[in-house]
Design a binder for this molecule. Sequence first.
Ligand code: BES
Ligand code: ZN
Ligand code: ZN
Length: 479
Amino acid sequence: METKLQYLPLEKIEADAVAAVLFEDEPPPSELKFASSWLEELRASEEFSAKSDELATLHQPSALRARRLIAVGGGKRAAFDLRKTVATVVRALKTKGVKKFAWWLNGADPEAAVEGAILGNFEPDQYKTANQGKSLEAFHAVAATNGADLDAAFERGRILAEAQNFTRELANEPANRLTPLMLADRARAMAAECGLDCEVLDQDRMRQLGMGALLGVAQGSAEPPALIVIRYRPETAPRTSDHLALIGKGVTFDTGGVSIKPAEGMEKMKYDMSGGAAVLGAMRALAKLKPAIPVTAFVPAVENMVGGRAQRPGDIVKSLDGKTVEVLNTDAEGRLILIDAITYAKRQGCTHLVDAATLTGAIVVALGHVNIGAFANDDALLARVMAAARTEGEKMWHMPLDEDYKELLKSAFADLANIGGRWGGAISAAWFLREFAGDTPWVHLDIAGTAWLDDAKPYMAKGPSGVCVRTFAKLALGW
Ligand code: BES
Ligand code: ZN
Ligand code: ZN
């Protein structure tokens, strides 16, 4: 989709449709005066009263060049979410023959508008050979007067949303089309395109280093693992010695291993690399938006399979950090690959660690599909992550990590067990990671409930959400 920010008065906009937002309890903007009898009639007939996401279409508006005027209900201004509203309208119109769509900003933020358009236009239909979802060809946001800051905001929004869709495409790839090595290839291609440095550690290298926890998970698969490392370095010397690590779980398929999952719904476990995909999407955005601090991405990529070489419950593995882990459940594999990535990130000089992982079913029980579960050993870093998430409308809930939970991970035969029992499962999983983050400031985001939409929303297609991409990018940009 072509996107552009234009500077034009409403009546000069040329498009199949132009949208204008009206708010409840506010008179329509004066620029819509030409349509006032239509708007009054809409209100009187109770067809449209500017409630959230209500739409009304005026064809061939006399005063406009656009073929249609879409009145969009904004609800109450204080609760208005432009990104979601644009996405909702795009999804409603793109099936109705609108190809070139314009949004009359009337002072609103071009960044959120273009994000909404690009995210709403996404369909996970790349493998449908027929009946592909119709999509917009062009989206033009239209402001009244020029401004460099508006141009920058629009460009930022375009980059962020395209990065998020890149992540959604990766997360949606089935496991036969995205093995760990294929994920590494996609990461390499992205890095080359964006001018980032990419290094892929192969199985031999990981053996040399002693990444026993990661390799234990990988050994059950015929597909070799990879640890993807992507480096962004600012062009000018950074102001601080801070170095941010973004770490993402990259399980390209999670059968559960010998502790196998039930068949029903197992196909969804292709999205068990959503954390890794989010990290790669964020790096793609950062390469273009150029934050002031160094950022390194780490994506441990494996397939968790059953088979004659698979690890067994009771196996004891030695992590890169030196601690031993008793694998009581082979389905708790995300934490095993993440701890070696965390240790490696620290050894690479990273001073702040943020990970995203579809880590536990327990976080879905706790928070449903609405909030990301956020765990931290450092209040300042947590505050930064939460603030970035808030600006991007990505909901996050701070979860507890009291010392009391730590004992859940006791093992009779090794330093730690990889599971903590039935209750508080998202917390014991986070504690497991924390043991390896140590004193390095660290935030863990459990996205098991938020990386995938089981049902389409008016503003978003069913399937991969691309959550965390914009939060990660904003976190680095705001440093
Ligand atoms: N990938 C799963 C977590 C998951 C569950 C993601 C549902 C998305 C939706 C993870 O590897 C896993 O299987 N976790 C186990 C841990 C348990 C064995 C302690 C779980 O949550 O059941
Ligand atoms: Zn699992
Ligand atoms: Zn998993």
